[in-house]
Design a protein around this ligand. Structure first.
Ligand code: GLN
Length: 197
């Protein structure tokens, strides 16, 4: 199974490491030819406005949109979740997303870098043990549209993980805490998609 990690910017190395640990062949994706080779794609954390600019500059934005439309499994963390959102409430002027998830997201919803925090979350699809989640200038999912499903919420009810078909997104960063269950779950989607075509 070949899984791409969008490697324009952000913490793509950490994702690549987790995916390799789980037995996937990893391709760092910077060009459309690399995207065309993968069975699934991870979009890392970083800065979504910069990632968007680079995706356009590298000629990847439209191929990414087409890939999502054609059913490529994609998992986005933090900035990656923003890239997958149909609506970005407060994007930097001219910021575009790839879209696919029927959600609206609010960037930097918890404040600046210094207000980053960690907490334990219940994520029923991953089993009983809570997920230790790290939020770094994280977005929140403001609206979960009818086609998307919330997978986890903070104690105050705000949504921080969503799924829609083959798309998965988290506001937080499992790739930096040794939490592999989201990546495992995503690889399950990738292998089912390969089987079903
Ligand atoms: N605040 C960043 C953005 O808007 C996301 C931060 C992150 O990926 N840790 O893209």
């Amino acid at each position: 199974m070949t899984v791409g990690v969008l490697a324009l910017q952000g913490d793509f190395r950490e994702h690549a490491q987790v995916l390799r640990t789980l037995g996937a062949d990893v391709v760092l994706v910077r060009r459309p030819e690399e995207l065309a080779r993968v069975d699934g794609l991870v979009i890392p954390g970083g800065e979504s406005s910069v990632m968007d600019k680079l995706a356009r500059a590298f000629g990847l934005a439209d191929p990414l949109r087409a890939a999502v439309r054609e059913g490529l499994p994609v998992y986005g963390t933090c900035a990656g979740l923003i890239m997958l959102a149909d609506t970005v409430v407060d994007g930097i002027r001219g910021q575009e997303s790839i879209g696919g998830l029927d959600i609206s997201v609010r960037r930097n919803a918890f404040g600046s870098q210094t207000q980053s925090f960690e907490t334990d979350l219940d994520v029923p699809v991953l089993g009983e043990a809570p997920v230790h989640a790290v939020f770094i200038r994280a977005p929140v999912v403001d609206t979960v549209g009818p086609r998307a499903t919330a997978l986890a919420r903070l104690a105050d009810g705000r949504c921080v993980a969503v799924e829609q078909g083959r798309l998965l997104g988290t506001s937080f960063h499992p790739e930096i805490t040794g939490e592999h269950r989201f990546h495992e779950y995503f690889l399950g989607t990738v292998s089912a998609a390969r089987f079903l075509g």
